[in-house]
Design a binder for this molecule. Structure first.
Ligand code: HT7
Ligand code: ZN
Length: 890
């Protein structure tokens, strides 16, 4: 396989103005007629037309209605004798494909008797020959023909312009999309579906029809998705002045989908996981995720669809910006500042536990990559989450109103175009002349070009005589593949100073006439810089990088006492949580690097336990925030802090800390659980969800304690809770508490759960995931996972099910996966190969479970390398898996 380089970008030699597609839908053999109006791009030297195609059977090619010569070059269809001159001409291509053989779920495929498409990034070429690149935008008219009884609903992008019956029980529907679009936004759906419908009025008074299509029987689970869609439409109009530009906006759910959802113009296709919810079957997290993903796909309608990417290297142009927008949407929906902070903490946890390791591993790449082999491998946390952080820093540097102005200018300049990340940054900067962003735009854009997580070291010096406090910030960034040296980043550091009683101090920089608030942003843009604050009455405790104002690792030499002050008093909720995490991490690292495990029962000292107990008891704090403070740093995050990783030791230490928390705070957990019992009807809002989350954590702790000499009443109580729960969150939390502590009551509860929900695939996914993700006791998880692979409800062909069992074990359960006998790695290599033959995109994601193998201590390191080498030795690997494995071994 050959790499594609960003620097090789050339504009297309041909434009496609209109596309008329006619489908005769048949699962075994679908006929596709693709009639395009093409013209030469006068700005590019004349050359042959090369159309991409994959797994297609070609039957005819006509130019202006007459046969023409063509040749094949690999999978490309090459036409050399096309009309000269600038006039447009018609090109018709007849092909067939086999949707029922399409296990990759890219292009046109069948899921449970319904046709779906997935075209991003390069799936359209599996439907017809085309210039499959995002900078070729065309107008689409699509006619679908199919058996009426089997496929009563026929959908495509845009507006329905005609429909009717045909011979032999067939019918047709013709759709026209009024907006030009790149082919990756094309979609069709055909099958037996039903829709929840909602008419809405925009601010300007235009009427729109919103529809959520699902399989019959699932209609009762679509209310939350529809509410989320309505909220998204209203939010984008209110916050960014971006209205819905379509008469009709449809969401369709499928249970076979490689990712979360897809923003096809006017016809979003969603994984059922992000559509279907009822209080009986979905948890609070599911409800929150549905809101976020519905928002995300809807927001793409402007950021991605109206303005799209020039090439796939610019993927973060739409993804980073749209993640930023969905994060802001979720925060605005959550409401109060505390709930906003909770959402911010949750987002940062994802960034740190998934993106930071990616940025330090073999797949590290800039937010705008320089090259790739398989674009599907670059739908990463770096493109999405770090990309969103880059947009968030711009937002920080120009302010909320300045950012809104920047977005306005971006649309004024580029609506209807395929553009680059530079164009976006330029628009935000140009709308904010004089801002820190505009003044340092070129160095700021290093965030797009340089991979790796910058480290910022902070040190402070207080002069008690002059009342001056000097803060020094230094930055560096580790080498990443292909990038040995890095230039300094532009890093916004929001900070405040606290006195030792925890009160905020006024901030006055040397040279300023007066103090200027007690939280402000410094911009670090060199390798090392100093700032001196004056009139600082006492030695301060600095609260740095408030709200996580930049995606960096911040190293500060805090004393325990300073961290306890921040944990108890910081007005910035993010840094309050962060102080607690720093203390917990510090204790964990001390224990992990201790010579033996003799002190494991007392890793947490009295002052930290007391401080955490105080958080639990604090009536001013929200439940969701308490739950986050009392949750230990993840094993993955702890591992990232170490040079050499012994996954078993990390697991043992973290479990010992959990147990200590459970036992030492027993009374508080009990009081917390009792104080957070639900009252009234179920509501998935942030405050109610926070209360359930904290009650769930309390129950987990009480069960854990009971298994280790604490009050033995709790497992029985938990089982009762499991049986009586009025919603899935409480029921699942109770089940997880029993499974988590390894109590004998877990087995009958799991059995009962299965029999209650055996007909609900999304709930069964939870059932598989819970068991595969359980804390390992004497190596019990791997045999269980193998046993579950033989369960009649398991199928590796369904990505959700594969993720629920295999990924939950290999990617999300380090303590159970990294076995000293290497059996976890053998299982991983077998599953990667098995999946690769079915669905390379999903296989490549699994292949990344061993990305960080070079950090492992022996014997894990050698056995991991062997397992990777075993996969690499297979000659018939997909490009997707080959790229991941080659990089891992490099
Ligand atoms: N833009 C969408 C990406 C996506 C995708 C990419 C590759 C293969 C399958 C896929 N399904 C969806 C999702 C999004 O970011 O909104
Ligand atoms: Zn997206």
């Amino acid at each position: 396989p050959t790499a594609i380089h960003r620097s090789d970008y050339q504009p297309p030699a041909w434009w496609i103005d209109t596309v008329e597609l006619t489908f005769d839908l048949d699962p075994a053999k679908t006929r596709v007629l693709n009639k395009m109006r093409l013209r030469r791009n006068p700005e590019v030297a004349a050359q042959a037309l090369r159309l991409d195609g994959e797994e297609l059977n070609l039957s005819r090619v006509l130019v202006n209605g007459a046969g023409t010569s063509f040749k094949m070059d690999g999978s490309q269809l090459v036409l050399e004798n096309l009309p000269e001159g600038p006039e447009p001409f018609d090109l018709e291509i007849f092909t067939t494909c086999a949707p029922d053989k399409n296990t990759q779920l890219m292009g046109l495929y069948v899921s449970q008797g319904t046709f779906f498409t997935q075209c991003e990034a390069e799936g359209f070429r599996r439907i017809t020959y085309f210039l499959d690149r995002p900078d070729v935008m065309a107008s689409y008219t699509v006619t679908l023909r199919a058996d009426k009884a089997s496929y009563p609903v026929l959908l495509s992008n845009g507006n329905l312009v005609e429909q009717g019956d045909l011979d032999a029980g067939r019918h047709f529907a013709k759709w026209h999309d009024p907006h030009k679009k790149p082919c990756y936004l094309f979609a069709l759906v055909a099958g037996k579906l039903v829709a929840r419908q909602q008419r809405i009025l925009s601010r300007s008074g235009t009427e729109h029809l919103l529809e959520v299509y699902v399989r019959p029987g699932d209609l009762g689970k679509t209310e939350h998705a529809m509410n989320s869609l309505m909220a998204s439409v209203a939010w984008d109009e209110a916050r960014f002045g971006l209205p819905l530009d379509l008469e009709r906006f449809m969401i369709v759910a499928t249970s076979d989908f490689n990712m979360g959802a897809m923003e096809n113009k006017g016809l979003n296709i969603f994984n059922t996981k992000y559509v279907l919810a009822s209080e009986a079957t979905a948890t609070d997290t599911d409800f929150a995720n549905i809101e976020a993903v519905v928002g995300h796909e809807y927001f793409h309608n402007w950021t991605g669809n109206r303005i799209t990417c020039r090439d796939w290297f610019q993927l973060s142009l739409k993804e980073g910006l749209t993640v930023f927008r969905d994060q802001e949407f979720s925060m605005d929906m959550a409401g109060n500042p505390s709930a906003r902070a909770v959402k911010r903490i949750e987002d940062v946890r994802v960034l740190r536990s998934a993106q930071f390791p990616e940025d330090a591993g073999p797949m590290a790449h800039p937010v705008r990559p320089d090259s790739y082999i398989e674009i599907n491998n670059f739908y990463t946390v770096t493109i999405y989450e770090k990309g969103a952080e880059v947009v968030r820093m711009m937002h920080h540097l120009v302010g909320r109103d300045g950012f809104a102005q920047g977005m306005k200018l971006y649309f004024a300049r580029h609506d209807g175009q395929a553009v680059t990340c530079d164009d976006f940054a330029q628009a935000i900067a140009d709308a904010n002349p004089g801002s820190a962003l505009a003044l340092q735009l070129e160095p700021f854009k290093r965030w797009y070009n340089q991979a790796g997580t910058p480290r910022v070291q902070a040190s402070g010096l207080y002069d008690a005589e002059t009342h001056r406090y000097t803060l020094t910030l230094r930055q560096s960034c580790p080498a990443t593949p292909g990038q040995p040296h890095k230039e300094p980043f532009v890093i916004p550091v929001e900070l405040g100073l606290l006195n030792h009683e925890g009160q905020a101090l006024a901030l006055q920089l040397e040279g300023e006439q007066t103090a200027n608030g007690n939280s402000r942003t410094l911009v670090l843009d060199g390798a090392e810089q100093q700032w001196t604050f004056i009139n600082v009455a006492q030695a301060p405790v600095p609260s740095l990088l408030r709200g996580f104002s930049a995606p960096v690792v911040l190293e500060v030499d805090y004393s325990d006492a300073e961290l306890l002050t921040l944990l108890a008093h910081d007005s910035d909720a993010f840094n309050r949580w962060e102080a607690g995490q720093r203390l917990l991490l510090r204790r964990a690292l001390q224990a992990i690097t201790a010579p033996d495990d003799s002190q494991d029962a007392s890793i947490l000292d009295e002052s930290l336990l007391q401080a955490l107990g105080q958080v639990l008891r604090d009536p001013q704090l929200d439940a969701a925030f308490k739950e986050l403070v009392l949750t230990l740093p993840s094993e993955t995050y702890i591992a990232e802090q170490l040079e050499v990783v012994n996954p078993q030791r990390i697991h043992a230490v973290r479990e010992a800390m959990r147990l200590q928390l459970a036992l030492a705070l027993h009374t508080d957990w009990q009081a917390t659980y009792e104080a957070h019992q639900a009252s009234g009807a179920y509501r998935p809002d942030a405050a109610s969800a926070g209360r359930r989350a904290l009650a769930g954590l309390a129950l987990t702790m009480l069960c854990l304690g009971a298994q280790h000499g604490g009050d033995s009443i709790w497992p029985g109580k938990t089982l009762q809770r499991f049986k009586d729960a009025g919603n899935m969150t409480d029921r699942f939390n109770a089940l997880a508490a029993l499974v988590g502590c390894g109590h004998a009551l877990a087995a009958p509860a799991l059995e009962r759960f299965h029999s209650w929900f055996k007909d609900d695939p999304l709930v069964l996914d939870k059932w598989f995931a819970l068991q595969a993700g359980a804390s390992d006791r004497a190596g019990h998880v791997l045999p269980l996972v193998k046993q579950l692979m033989a369960h009649p409800d398991f199928t590796i062909k369904n990505p959700n099910r594969a993720r629920s069992l295999i990924f939950s074990y290999c990617n999300a359960n380090p303590g159970a996966f990294h076995r000293a006998d290497a059996a976890g790695y053998v299982f991983w290599s077998e599953r990667v190969l098995e999946l690769d033959a079915i669905n390379p995109q999903v296989a490549a994601r699994l292949a990344r479970a061993l990305d960080r193998w070079k950090k492992l201590a022996e014997p894990w390191r050698s056995s991991a390398r062997e397992a990777i080498a075993r996969v690499a030795a297979r000659p018939d690997l997909s490009n997707d898996v080959r790229e991941v494995i080659t990089r891992a071994l490099a």
